[in-house]
Design a protein around this ligand. Structure first.
Ligand code: GLA
Length: 394
C-alpha cells in the first residue's frame, strides 16, 4: 500500500499544486463468495473485501467548489459545495461522487469546498464492486474525520446508488466495503444488517478471473430481476401474508408463483440455503462440498436466474476441468465481469496459466486475474500507506 499512498500524494500535488499533504482514504472492492442476488431479497451473502480498492486524496480548498479529478479517466468534475443537496445526475462516473455529496448533505452534514483526487485499483465493470468502493471512499473523504456510524455509512452509500445513480442494488457491496476484515469473509444478514466473520480454510486460494466483457443488458436485467422477485413475493403473499420477502419463502410456496418469477424465486430460496451450507462446510474444512456449492450456485444463476453469459459459463466449465480446482462460479451482478474460483494453493499458478490460455484460445481476449486475499474495510490511510482509523472504529 506504501507505493499507492505515495503515488496518490504526488498525483494530488501535481494536479492541485503546492506542497499540501492531503488526507488519504481507502475503501475496498469485494468478491462475493456465495449468496448472489440474495441481498435485495433480504437474504444472506458471503463476500470478502479485497486488496483492490478505491483511494481518495482530499484537502480543503479555497473558493466554493467540491472538485474531483479521476486519475483513472483523466477527467474532472466540480459542483458548488453549498448546493450539494440539489445536485442532479449527469450519467457518468461523477454521479457516484455527487450522489454521495447529496446524501451526506441531506443527512445534515455540511459539504465543504474540497479538492479530491481519486485513483482506484478496482477494475471498472469487472463485477468487483468498483462503484461501492468509490462511494464509500468518497463519503469518508467528504466527512473528513467527522464521526458516522459504520452502518449509516454503508446505507448512505447505497442510497446514493439507489436514488442518484438509479441502480436498485442491495446493501452487500457497500456493507462489505465498510465492514470487511482481513483474513475473513463476512456473512451478512441483509435483513437484520448484522454480520458474522467467517474464517476461510487455509487450504484454499481464491482467484477472480475477469472475462473483460460487460454486456449492455446488465443494468436492465438487474432491474427486471428485482421486479420479478417482487412479483413472486406478491403472489406468495396472497396466501401467506407473513412472507415479506423471498427470504421468508419456502420451496412449497413456489407453486403459487408464475413461470418466470417462479424460477427467479427458486434461485433465491436455494441460494440462501447454499450460503448456510457453504459456511458449515467452511467451518468443517470440507473443501469438496464448498466447491460443489459454488458449482450449484453458478448453475442456478445461469438457468433459473439467467444472469450469466457465454463468457462466464465458459470460464466456469474450463476452470472445473483444471486440476486442483474445487469449484468456480460467476460473482456479482452477472452479464460479464468476473468468475471466482477456489483452488488448491499449490495448483494456483498452473490454474492461472491454463485458464488464461483456454479463454484466449476461445474468445481471443486476455483475461485479467486477481489473487484475492480478504482485506480490511474502509479506512483512513497514512502517507506511508498504513491503515489509520478504520470506518468501524471511527
Ligand atoms: C451487484 C449489486 C449487489 C448484489 C449483486 C448480486 O453487485 O450491487 O447489491 O445484488 O449484484 O448479488
Amino acid at each position: 500500500m506504501d507505493g499507492q499512498a505515495r503515488k496518490l500524494i504526488e498525483a494530488f500535488r501535481a494536479r492541485y499544486g503546492g506542497q499540501a499533504t492531503p488526507r488519504l482514504w481507502r475503501a475496498p472492492g469485494r468478491v462475493n463468495l456465495i449468496g448472489e442476488h440474495t441481498d435485495y431479497n433480504l437474504g444472506f451473502v458471503l463476500p470478502i473485501a479485497l486488496e483492490l480498492a478505491c483511494w481518495v486524496a482530499a484537502a480543503p480548498a479555497e473558493g466554493e467548489l467540491l472538485r474531483v479529478y479521476s486519475a483513472n479517466t483523466g477527467e474532472e468534475r466540480a459542483w458548488p459545495a453549498a448546493r450539494a443537496a440539489e445536485l442532479e445526475p449527469a450519467g457518468d462516473w461523477g454521479d457516484y461522487v455527487a450522489g454521495v455529496a447529496v446524501e451526506l448533505a441531506r443527512a445534515g452534514y455540511e459539504i465543504r469546498p474540497v479538492n479530491l483526487l481519486i485513483d482506484s485499483t478496482v477494475p471498472f465493470g469487472g463485477g468487483l464492486s468498483s462503484s461501492a468502493a468509490l462511494e464509500v471512499a468518497t463519503a469518508l473523504a467528504l466527512l473528513d474525520g467527522r464521526p458516522i456510524e459504520p452502518l449509516e455509512l454503508a446505507r448512505l452509500a447505497r442510497r446514493a446508488e439507489n436514488s442518484f445513480v438509479g441502480m436498485p442494488c442491495g446493501i452487500m457491496d457497500q456493507y462489505v466495503s465498510v465492514f470487511g476484515r482481513q483474513g475473513c469473509a463476512l456473512k451478512i444478514d441483509c435483513r437484520s444488517l448484522e454480520s458474522e466473520l467467517v474464517r476461510l480454510p487455509e487450504e484454499i486460494a481464491i482467484v477472480a478471473v475477469n472475462s473483460m466483457v460487460k454486456h449492455a443488458l446488465g443494468a436492465t436485467a438487474y432491474r427486471d430481476r428485482v421486479a420479478e422477485c417482487r412479483q413472486a413475493v406478491e403472489a406468495i403473499r396472497r396466501e401467506h401474508p407473513e412472507v415479506e420477502s423471498l427470504r421468508d419463502a419456502r420451496p412449497e410456496h413456489l407453486e403459487l408463483v408464475d413461470r418466470v418469477a417462479r424460477r427467479r424465486a427458486r434461485h433465491v430460496i436455494s441460494e440462501n440455503r447454499r450460503v448456510e451450507e457453504f459456511i458449515a462446510a467452511c467451518r468443517a474444512g470440507d473443501l469438496q462440498t464448498m466447491g460443489a456449492l459454488f458449482v450449484a450456485s453458478h448453475r442456478s444463476l445461469a438457468t433459473d436466474y439467467e444472469v450469466s453469459c457465454e463468457e462466464l459459463d465458459f470460464l466456469v466449465e474450463a476452470a472445473l476441468a483444471i486440476p486442483g480446482v474445487y469449484g468456480s462460479r460467476m460473482t456479482g451482478g452477472g452479464f460479464g465481469g468476473c468468475t471466482v474460483t477456489l483452488v488448491a494453493p499449490g495448483e494456483r499458478a498452473r490454474f492461472e496459466e491454463s485458464i488464461s490460455a483456454a479463454y484466449r484460445n476461445r474468445f481471443g481476449i486476455e483475461p485479467r486475474l486477481y489473487r484475492c486475499e480478504a482485506s480490511a474495510g474502509a479506512a483512513q490511510v497514512s502517507e506511508t500507506g498504513e491503515l489509520l482509523k478504520t470506518a468501524i472504529s471511527m
